[in-house]
Design a protein around this ligand. Sequence first.
Ligand code: LLP
Length: 422
Amino acid sequence: MPSTVSFPLVRREIAGVDIFELARQFGTPTYVYDAAKIHERVQDLRPFDTIRYAQKACSNLAVLDLVRRLGVVVDAVSAGEIHRALRAGFTAEGDPPGIVYTADIFDHAALEMVLEHHVPVNAGSPQMLDQLGQVAPGRNVTLRINPGFGHGHSQKTNTGGEQSKHGIWHEQLDDCLWRADRHGLGVSGLHMHIGSGTDLEHLGQVCSAMERAALHVGRTITTISAGGGLPVPYHERQSYVDLDQYFQLWDATRRRLQDQFGHAVSLEIEPGRYIAAEAGYLLAEIRAIKQMGQNTFYLLDAGFNCLARPILYGAYHPMSIASRTANDQVLQPVVVGGPLCESGDIFTQEEGGFVSSRPLPAAEVGDYLVLECAGAYGFAMASNYNSKPLPAEVLIHQGQPHLVRSRQTLDDLVRGEQIPAW
Ligand code: LLP
């Protein structure tokens, strides 16, 4: 984990592969992932007993297979994510279990998958305990607790506190222990994920809340999970969280619990962004350059159908230009937008939808623009809006690009649709 970050404004390659070659071979828009970066980020997290990847960040089967080979297990939030995990070779058995279902509800499909594949459950609502207990009494569960406060890079990613729908409200812990008892479910662990973008000061409060809750539950607790939320720098002004200190805080909490309980307590972490964000690049082609009054627009073949974070959260993504002539010493303010028929389809926007600009090198139509740090919640949140096919995904491993998801075809777009026999 480096202490500072810098992002290039001009880029010729991704993970050692020439960008023009990538675009020629796979077309655009395409997500490109760097396997080495994923490996590096997993290595940073080795002090934790269990690294559980929150696959919602980027759930391509090849990425799941890669992290599985690195000894990482996964979290699943839906029947679909359990299916993906199974297809990537994870099993729910083992200690730690290869798959855990974490959610605030069971829909019918998820409950069926959990039963059929014996997937351990991390329950985020009292009703989940009843619904599971009725059909699978005697299982162990973990509880996701909302400690009453939270944190997030935006209001939409804050997952703790009264405004949040996530987890079991801390004051309802007794009620949930009672429900678990009534159904013969053992409570073997606690989990707290209080938002994406945690800072250390806040973490101290989370650790204390975890300790209180675990002591309250008592000696049945054998795992605690720190949830996800580890930030990554998206901007040169931002830095990495001090992972040593992050681990020390959690480790001290775990050790105090071990002393109290007289048995081992395993410490899990459940990051999505930290593992996937920096490994991903969205490669797009500049298809038009327009002068609108004072503003220069670069219009790409990728929009919020490919990367929704800017329009959803005003998220900042670093950008670089790949062209034969780009010069990072000569910059001009540019508004970068996509192809969609919607004026909010702008990558250079702030929270609230205010359009801003970015100093970028001069470019020509046919050059490429790379949206960086796009591996987490990039493809995973892409859509077919405006009937745009989902982009291709490519994973670069040891200098070799592998197509790991074909671009959707136009026929894929209408698959399953039917015109009735009027
Ligand atoms: N565990 C649980 C229970 C979660 O709800 C989440 C994220 C994670 C782990 C992983 O959080 P991470 O380490 O990736 O921050 N779409 C938003 C982020 C939503 C996060 C939702 N839950 C974004 O693009 O920033």
